[in-house]
Structure formats: C-alpha cells, structure tokens
Design a protein around this ligand. Structure first.
Ligand SMILES: NC(=O)c1ccc[n+]([C@@H]2O[C@H](COP(=O)([O-])OP(=O)(O)OC[C@H]3O[C@@H](n4cnc5c(N)ncnc54)[C@H](OP(=O)(O)O)[C@@H]3O)[C@@H](O)[C@H]2O)c1
Length: 410
C-alpha cells in the first residue's frame, strides 16, 4: 500500500460554493494574470479578494483597474512586498487604501487572513513557502503553482496541513494531470507516475553543443509562455527535476516510481501506469488556465473557452527518453530529492541564484549545473526539522552559490 502524500486523490470531493473567493499571490506574474483573466471571464463563479506583487506596482494598478471595469465595486486587499515599491504604491490613489503592510509579512496576511475560499500561490521561488504555510495553517484550499514550496518545505507543509482542514490542489499542469488520472483510484493499484517534459529549447542537443547558447535561446520555450525563471528551468530540465520532488511530496510515491518521458508537443500532460499495465493520461492543448481553473473549482471541470485539441488534425504524438547525461540538472534534482534534508533546499537556492545570474548575463547556461553541484558539495547534508532550519539552509545555499558565481565571473 502506498503512502498518501499531501494531495489525496481518494478523498471525498465536496462541491465549492460560488462565487469562489480567491486570493492570488504573485498576481502580476504569468500564473497570476491568467487567473485574473479567468475571474474577468466568469465573474459569477470567481471573485478576487486579494492580490500581491513584489515590485510591479504599475501592473498591479492595471489589474485593479481591469477588475473595476469588470464590475468590481470593492478593490481587493493588496500586498506589495518590495519596500520601495510599497512606498511608491502609497502614492497611488487606486492602491493606497487597500495596501497591507510592506515586506514579507503582507503575503502570509493575504494568504491566511483575507476573506478567501482559495489561495492561488503563483509566486516564484522559495518566497512561496511561508505564504503556503500561512494558508495551510489558516485552513485554506491552496491552488499551488509554486512548486518550490514543496521542494524546500514539503514536510513542513505536510505538518501544517495535518493541523486542520486545509488542502492543496496542484496547478502545475503535470501534477494536475496526475491528480486527474488518480482521481478516485485506489493507490494500491498504482505502479508508476510518468511526468512528461517538453524537453525545452535544447531537446536533442548534446552537452558539447550547449557551451555557447545565448540567453535569448534559453528563453525561447517551444510550447509554453511562462515567467523567466521557470523558462530557464525548462531549458536545463531543472523544472522537471523540481517536479519529480513535487510529485513525490504531493502523491507520496517513491522516487524510483516517478519516471520522466520527453514529449515535445506538450499535449499529454502526464500519465499514471497501473499495476495491470493500463496507462491513464490526461491530454489537452497547452494552456495553464485549465489546471488553474480545475484547482480553483476543487477538481471539477467547469466550462472553459479556448482552443480544443483536434487529435485527427494532430495525427501523432511523439515520445522520447530524457537525455539525462546532457542535462545534469535532472539527475541533480533526483539525487537531492532522494537525499532529503538540506539537499533539496540547497539545490533550489543555488538554482535560483544561478538562474538570476544567467538572466543578468553573468554566467553561461552550462555553468548553472556546475554552480548547483558545487553548492551541494559545499554544504554538509543534515536534517531539517523547522522553518527556521529551512530558511537558514536556503540563506547558506544562496551565499555559497553567489560566491561560486563571483569566482566564475571574469
Ligand atoms: N507560468 C507558468 O505557465 C507555470 C506553469 C507551471 C508552474 N508554474 C509555477 O508557478 C510559479 C510562478 O511562475 P510564473 O511563471 O507565473 O512566475 P512569474 O511570471 O515570474 O511571476 C511571479 C510572481 O511572483 C512575484 N514575486 C517574485 N519574487 C517575489 C518575492 N521574492 N516575493 C514576493 N513576490 C515575488 C512576482 O512579482 P513581480 O511581478 O513584482 O516580479 C510575480 O507576481 C513558479 O513556481 C512556477 O514554477 C508556472
């Protein structure tokens, strides 16, 4: 019998009361803006009660104005994390009366205290963990896009969920697909989870050819339009590595039973292999609105416009084995997940620093994996029991990775 993870596909699914009051963490990002588009398209089903940004207050004001134009009489509560951006927002009449306190405290307040049925966590990076914990402790339903929460603090999130009635529903398209394929099934029947990967812009390239790729090539994802960090992670396959850890945390399946399959079209979003050899898959046009809405609707299929998949027109689906030797981040992430303790936190923190360095044109693409590997080698493996431990390891990983980047920078 398998252990049930943070997400229990066998639990009783209760209908949601509508309209669903929704807080969006990371409203100015790719997941956030797509959630707002859903809210504007179906105001009778979805109402926004809280929004956050880090720095992009002009975009936040645009979102607030769009909601106003779309019949919102009350502006949602707003969290602006960056202190300078918060100070500037206080001078904006559309934002000022609705602002929560500046700094990191605003996000847990938004996640745990503002009136909401669901918290969409569309934050990027480790910054998502504390708000995930706050939402879990407050008993909220969490539509979780921020996979980093589970990579660096999966066990802490499990503890917080165990305290009450909170639940997590995955937004990542692969994990949403797995949730759909597992829905109502007996876990004893599951043999393997199979995460599909587009392969990113360098699918088919050899390690030697990757030495001189440009930042622009890295940012050209073949099938999805997303924020910069996840786009870089998709090019290194770190995104799939983080998703392996996320799948382990969500579904409680052991690492050796989580496979990766390259599928360049991003049509099959993931599969479950059952013990009798039956394979269940979820297919759809690559559009994040579908898994976002599925999570908000508490795993119901609500009507959604947009492109429909025409399989006859598509003709064929292509699959390949992943190039583990050419894309070392996939191996590093799997090893870090298996090691547990400090390793996934170091992996994630070093990766965030390396990705930021690549985006700032300080390092080359192939140096990302080296930075992570060196950071992992430099920080001794240990247990992580508390949030303070996790945040301390995250800080140490970032400091170590920054020093490695400095050494690499001419
Ligand atoms: N985009 C997708 O299609 C997709 C698909 C699957 C999973 N995901 C996952 O969803 C999450 C969000 O991805 P995304 O592509 O939407 O990212 P994104 O476009 O970069 O947006 C990130 C959001 O988080 C805010 N933010 C960034 N750093 C912050 C910090 N330190 N403190 C508080 N807020 C911060 C940003 O504010 P500013 O606007 O001020 O920077 C922005 O609102 C990631 O974990 C990603 O892996 C995304």
């Amino acid at each position: 019998m398998r252990r049930i993870g943070l997400f229990d596909p066998t639990r009783e699914r209760l209908p949601v009361s509508e309209p669903v009051k929704t807080v969006i963490l990371g409203a100015t990002g790719s997941i956030g803006t797509q959630t707002i588009e859903l809210a504007l398209a179906m105001p009778e089903r979805l109402r926004i009660t809280g929004l956050s940004t880090n720095t992009r207050i002009e975009s936040l004001r645009d979102l607030v104005l769009q909601l106003k134009a779309g019949d919102y009489t009350e502006t949602p509560q707003l969290a602006v994390v960056d202190a300078q951006a918060h100070a500037r927002a206080q001078a904006m009449p559309e934002l000022a009366p609705h602002l929560l306190p500046p700094g990191k405290d605003g996000l847990p307040a938004l996640a745990g205290q503002v009136d909401a049925d669901v918290v969409v966590n569309g934050l990027v990076g480790a910054a998502g963990l504390e708000p995930t914990l706050a939402a879990a402790k407050a008993g909220r339903r969490i539509a979780l896009a921020n996979k980093e929460s589970l990579v660096i603090g999966g066990d802490l999130v499990a503890e917080a969920l165990a305290q009450g009635k909170a639940e997590i529903i995955p937004v990542d398209s692969e994990h949403s697909a797995l949730a759909q394929c597992l829905s109502g099934r007996d876990y004893a029947e599951v043999d393997k989870l199979i995460l599909t990967a587009s392969g990113g812009p360098f699918r088919g390239w050899q390690a030697a050819d990757l030495a001189s790729v440009s930042r622009e090539q890295v940012l050209k994802h073949p099938t999805w339009e997303m924020g910069h960090k996840i786009t870089v992670d998709s090019a290194t396959l770190m995104n799939k590595g983080l998703e392996i850890i996320e799948a382990h945390m969500l579904f409680g399946v052991s690492y050796e039973d989580i496979d990766v399959l390259v599928h360049p079209g991003s049509i099959v979003h993931s599969l479950v292999l059952y013990v009798d050899g039956s394979l269940m898959a979820q297919l759809g046009f690559p559009d994040m609105k579908l898994p976002i809405l599925y999570a908000i609707a508490r795993e119901a299929h609500w009507p959604l416009g947009g492109q429909r998949l025409d399989l006859a027109k598509l003709g064929q689906l292509v699959f390949e084995a992943p190039q583990v030797d050419d894309f070392p981040c996939l191996r590093l992430a799997r090893e870090a997940g298996l090691a547990g303790g400090t390793a996934p936190i170091v992996l994630n923190g070093a990766n965030e620093i390396a990705v930021a360095a690549l985006l700032a044109d300080k390092i080359q693409y192939i140096q990302i994996a080296r930075i992570i590997e060196e950071a992992l080698a430099g920080i001794p493996q240990a247990r992580v029991d508390t949030l303070e431990d996790a945040l301390d390891v995250d800080r140490r990983a970032r400091t170590a990775a920054e020093a490695i980047v400095d050494d690499m920078t001419p």
